[in-house]
Unconditional design. Sequence first.
Lengths: 431, 487
Amino acid sequence: MGVRNLSCDVLVVGGGAAGLSAANAAADKGAKVLIVEREGELGGILNQCIHNGFGLHRFGEELTGPEFANKDEVKVEANPSIEVELGCSVLELAHDGDRLRATVSSEALGLAHVSCGAIVLACGCRERTRGQINIAGGRPAGVYTAGSAQKLINVDGALVGKRVVILGSGDIGLIMARRMTWEGAKVLMVCELASEPGGLRRNIQQCLVDNDIPLYLSRTVTQVFGHDRLEAVELADVDPATMRPIPGTEQRVECDTLLLSVGLIPENELAKTIGIKIDRATSGPAVDESLETSVPGIFVAGNELHVHDLADYVSEEGEVAGRNAAEFALGERKAGTADIEVVKGENVGGMTPQHVTGSAEGVTIRFRPRKRIQGAEIRVTSAGELVKRARRMIVVPSEMQTIELSADDMAKVTGPIEVSCTPVANGKKGA
Amino acid sequence: MDRVVDVCVIGAGVSGSATARELSRWKLDIEVVEAGYDLACGASRTNSGIVHGGYDPIPGTNKAKYNVLGAHMIPELAKEIGFRYKNNGSLVVAFSEEEVPHVKELVERGAENGVPGVSLIGAEELHALEPNLNPCAVAALKCDTSGVVDPFGMTVAFAENAATNGVRFTFKTRVESLERGEDGLWRLTLSDGSHVSAKAVVNAAGVHAIELHNSVSADKLVAHPRKGEYELLSRDMGPTFAHTMFQTPNALGKGILVSPTVEGNLIVGPDALDVDDPDDTATFPAGLAKVVEQAKKTWPDYNGREVIVNFAGVRPTGADGDFVIGEVADAPGFFDIAAFDSPGLSSAPAVAQDVAAMVAERLGAEPNPAFDGHRDLPPRFLEMTEEEQAAAIAADPRFGHIICRCEHVSEAEVLAAIHAPIPATTVIGVKRRCRAGMGRCQGGFCEPLVAEILCRELGCQINEVMLQGPGSEVAPYLRGEVRHGRA
């Protein structure tokens, strides 16, 4: 049997929050859509997020991860324009004349080439590992990324340990602190290298404070001990100026589990196969306001674009990418002619879009503040002129900020757009 | 269960496995006893994976003899028994004029040891070959015959071919004691309480070989185990250097090597720390920091980014510096492969050949006409052409199911590892055989999937799946309602 050939208007890579909403949005525009999902079911990482807190923005109700995913899954399954391939991985992307081609593999399809007019990449993200933060020590069992441990408990029904130290205050780590406590494990502490928590404020409260789990900022794990199973970890205080452990502050804590919640990285290995330009600040593809990447016809949404803290905004992005991909594939898209850079100003970390082409009516800018500010003003300027400003009671690095520029706002843009996020002048706080 | 065999090989690392395979060329009943849970649990796995040319050992030593012979055998063996080898060549770099005489000395030593393809190259040629090398490098020894291998894969290849030719492997079983009986048989007491009686014993116990030797001989050896720490970088960094880059050895030590691995990663290390416990393979923050610092001499741009894992190995170094090979004078029938540190990996095929011949001669063994020395390298989905991939999936649909997204490892490859002649029974065993979990995410996504497959194939519960040795359950406790491996 040779290589099979399939065809669609829009190929959506990944059937999680971003992919599902992208598929629905693309099909609503009249496109023939194929979703390729590597797992055996749709839903992506939401399937293992059995806690609630999803959907408040998008659906106005509090849902669990699987419930949140199900809202879009039901629509996908009912839509005759959307086909789904499960247990199917995309190996490579390539140009195919004036179309795009994905090489996919599954038990059911074998090896196949999918010819498509446009692609939405929605592969999500992966967790930073022990190796990447280079913790020294032996290589015992009991050291997991928080998401792996979450899958084992929530999907496979197995608990990784009873006496737990968590490194990193990212949201999955916080959720797992509560989850493991509820499973009867003793979560000794959460340590955070930075002087700011990495997760949402509501998760700090609900997962740690409500469960009497201490959070130690500016503290890290420097070594793990144990041969076959983890026996202890070595902690050390961290100098906030250098972000390095302070000699002499080491202490040994006996535990059988170390969970790592030390950052998420957009999964852009597939994007690299076709040479999509990656932004160093977000680690995701650089995009315009239509979420189109540097390769025409390839759009990206969700955690593959930049890591979000709320699934609701992942879905929202999926809709934008799906709609624009459909218009591109169906030849209905207004091509952008401008190339206006969006510049990170004061206190602005990773931000999207990286440039604006005029391909959409308005522009949704999302960014992470570099540091916490009580009473902040987000300012969008162009060539020194104010385009838009907005006030926030508080901004923190763990919470992504969004500011919408309307078509009227964009009319004021005459050059590169700069976004900054600074303390409110005159000591006025709040908005 | 007590048993009587012709030969008992102690240790299933590269030297024990290679010797077992060579022994299976004769009509002998052979058992390999291994303390670890899998093949190559010690120094055979945690090393640089370099096939040294043979210009480094002092002429006339066992190291010089076996290194040159072994390095010559490895390219052919790689095809014959299926392991990954790449002839990338090596450079020993002089970073100042003061270091040049030492490099010249190594070139001469290479000639004396009979190493082909060793020459001295100047700065211009050197920097043309390696643009990322420290600009202050002035000259280098260039060795065309050295290469890189997958040391674990090489051990697996020897062991599986041995097993196919009738050698039995017993894991998780330590030799507690051994003595030579009046009947001339060696009687080994094992940690599971059983006994093995053997006409001959091959001591290939790695970091424990010297203590084993000392338990049977009055001619005591002194062990000097030394730990070496490494950092392994992602495949994105593999092309930084084409050759294996050595620094010129000096009074402070042998320096840090930077080399592409046979899988296309980049490896940086090792340092050398004296250790008391030869089984302690933990890394230290200070040691790793020093490895990074010293590597900058070769690669000034190295900044510690793209590290995917750090690890350490303990070299089974002996105090006098040379390998101890052959029958022990006051212990007839007891054959040493001791003090087998670097270049042990490169030397193993030649040492195995010699030691097996000595054993066969001592036992008056007949050749084994049924011996089949060939083993195929298990197919890798990632390396197939699209037509081959399509054909593989048509023949076995599980090739189409990708388990490891980083390395594109299919379920069929995971199953092949689990059902191999020497089966992978743990998550790490699977990882080392087929690379599921070797990539960027280091098993973050595929480890639970591999655990599910192991569960299904071994017929156990999820909480019984081991990461590595006993006591290393991936997730030791069940939640109320447990979903078992898919039926």
